[in-house]
Design a protein around this ligand. Structure first.
Ligand code: ITT
Length: 202
């Protein structure tokens, strides 16, 4: 069975391929170049993940999985949250420049927040939509804290400023496998892989 990844984020594609790869008999394909841009108009991770998966399932006729995710910072009342990709207002910039601008803005906003009040969590909602079949959403979380200076070159997005609870390295300093083992995306997509065979058969 083929499933299509409904994302344009290269960092996510790399992680999703790794995490879903062990699911036997499933071929993961990328988003077709002519696929429609899906505006993220919902206010929840689940709402936006379903929007993206439904649109790409309808466009391709294939089972589609989407990821909506973000960093929720306690001292910013849960922001940037669903706005994580757009936090700095930089649209159309190269992904690396956009990620850097987003991360710099969060660091600025937390400049006066002391070390013991910098708790945050990553959230990932994975949505699966099978054309003419079922829809499923599963969520994964990872708690940690926002540090003061970026560290590490792995991962993407806010990884260089996120220290997972119980760790001394940021998620950008962990190996890809170490990040997958504890990450919001690892948790959500391992749960999704578990229900995939039944969902595709239904
Ligand atoms: P698609 O909608 O095409 O999937 P996107 O990047 O716009 O790509 P989202 O709206 O879900 O996706 O935004 C997720 C943002 O949250 C992402 O751009 C990062 O800034 C941040 N983020 C999510 N997961 C992350 C992770 O594992 N590490 C670091 N940052 C992450």
């Amino acid at each position: 069975t083929r499933i299509v990844l409904a994302t344009r984020n290269g960092g996510k594609v790399a992680e999703l391929r790794r995490i879903l790869a062990p699911a036997a008999g499933i071929e993961v394909v990328g988003l077709p170049a002519d696929a429609p841009e899906v505006p993220e108009t919902e206010l929840t991770f689940e709402g936006n993940a379903l929007l993206k998966a439904r649109a790409i399932a309808a466009f391709t006729g294939l089972p589609a999985v989407a990821d909506d995710s973000g960093l929720c910072v306690d001292a910013l009342n849960g922001m940037p949250g669903v706005l994580s990709a757009r936090w700095s207002g930089r649209f159309g910039a190269a992904a690396g420049d956009r990620d850097r601008a987003n991360l710099d803005l969060v660091l600025d906003q937390l400049a006066d927040v002391p070390d013991d009040r910098r708790a945050a969590g990553f959230v990932c909602t994975a949505a699966l939509v099978v054309p003419g079949g079922v829809e499923h959403c599963v969520e994964g979380r990872m708690r940690g804290a926002v540090i003061r200076e970026p560290r590490g070159a792995n991962g993407f997005g806010y990884d260089p400023i996120f220290l997972p609870d119980g760790h001394t390295r940021t998620t950008a300093e962990l190996s890809p496998e170490e990040k997958d083992a504890i990450s919001h995306r690892g948790r959500a997509f391992r749960a999704l892989a578990g229900i995939l065979p039944d969902a595709l058969a239904a």
